[in-house]
Design a protein around this ligand. Structure first.
Ligand SMILES: [Zn+2]
Length: 352
């Protein structure tokens, strides 16, 4: 049976405003864990990736080279970017072992083509597609028709196990390309809103020099300020939807081993009780304290490490061996049980 891990459906933006905790994908505790990127960054120095765009008409909305730059930047944000957030909180010594993994020099190698031989539906959709290629650690297929045929929805998703394919991201279309040059006189709603507080000029520079910042982030050598500028830049291109970059970062979150936060009814192991507010919940939010908690507990889990630490999110309790410590809520047992029942009910109500 195939399991898909998807980005938000537009309707869900309204349905998912209530609390949702971080959690790991269930497969993280199974032998399939070796297929997750979190396991790979513990063990490997080089990650390989490939990009396939079988639909000719899609090549104008974003190119393979642009997707490559986005993918590299997104991978840096999941590693160096998380380390920067730990550093910003002044907790790098507490997480010295985690920092060593996240800051390990990571080389990214692009393979010339993806192995598509085990994607029969893709071949059916595009009979002329060249399927020859190698299995990469990250296989990115930008093919809206294939994604729709595969999932029954027009959406993007991550697939861990399907036939003998390598794990892959199926990327649908219709997103904004935050690497493209703005058109003359183009209106950026978010940029206009800050015109009165002096930020408009900086925003304009971000928008017009977008590739430069992407390239900087892709090297993995950037500051907290550049990180904040980077997410601001992406936000400027979002309008009322997502950018390709948003989607890639979100789907890579699954490829690392994190679960969606806008769906409910997940196992309560290795999860927080308190809500998060990052991009595993709302695809247009930056990586947040929630993903920092998620990545630390994920790396611990895959290495069988025990750890108790104060959450990076305000209002969340201590996280003990991957799970938020409910006993520290200081609630009487019956009240706590009621609280957990209510939480579960609310989450079920959000399911779609
Ligand atoms: Zn998702």
């Amino acid at each position: 049976m195939k399991r898909l891990f998807c980005i938000l459906f537009p309707l869900c933006i309204y349905a998912c405003l209530a609390a949702a905790p971080y959690s790991h994908l269930e497969e993280v505790s199974s032998p399939a864990a070796v297929r997750f990127l979190a396991q790979k960054i513990i063990e490997q120095d080089t990650l390989t990736y490939c990009i396939s765009i079988p639909e000719e008409k899609q090549k104008n909305s974003v190119t393979a080279d642009e997707l490559a730059l986005m993918l590299q930047s997104a991978l840096r944000e999941w590693t160096h970017g998380i380390a920067l957030r730990i550093h910003q909180a002044g907790r790098e010594k507490e997480f010295q072992d985690i920092m060593a993994i996240l800051e390990k020099p990571l080389s990214l190698q692009r393979l010339s083509s993806c192995d598509l031989t085990q994607h029969p539906l893709l071949v059916k959709t595009y009979p002329d597609v060249n399927t020859a290629g190698k299995k990469a650690d990250i296989n990115l297929i930008f093919a809206p028709e294939y994604c729709a045929a595969f999932s029954g929805n027009i959406n993007s998703f991550f697939v861990l196990n399907y036939k003998n394919t390598a794990p892959f991201i199926c990327l649908s279309g219709g997103y904004a390309n935050s690497l493209r040059p703005p058109e003359k006189g183009e209106y950026f709603p978010s940029l206009a809103q800050v015109a009165s507080n002096g930020g408009a000029q900086k925003d304009r520079e971000l928008v017009y020099h977008s590739p430069r910042l992407f390239e900087q982030i892709a090297t993995g050598k950037y500051s907290r300020q550049q990180q904040q500028d980077f997410w601001r830049l992406n936000r400027l291109f979002e309008y009322d939807g997502h950018t390709f970059f948003d989607i890639l970062v979100h789907e890579l979150g699954h490829a690392f081993g994190l679960a969606d936060e806008y769906v409910a009814d997940r196992p309560r192991q290795f999860a927080s009780l308190q809500p998060g507010q990052g991009l595993m919940r709302e695809g247009y939010e930056p990586i947040s304290c929630d993903e920092v908690d998620g990545m630390i507990t994920l790396l611990d889990r895959l290495q069988n490490k025990q750890r108790s630490f104060g959450s990076f999110c305000q209002g969340r309790r201590h996280i003990v061996n991957g799970t938020e410590d409910a006993t520290k809520y200081n609630l009487p047992t019956e009240r706590l049980k009621k609280f957990l029942r209510t939480l579960k009910r609310e989450q079920n109500a959000q399911k779609y």
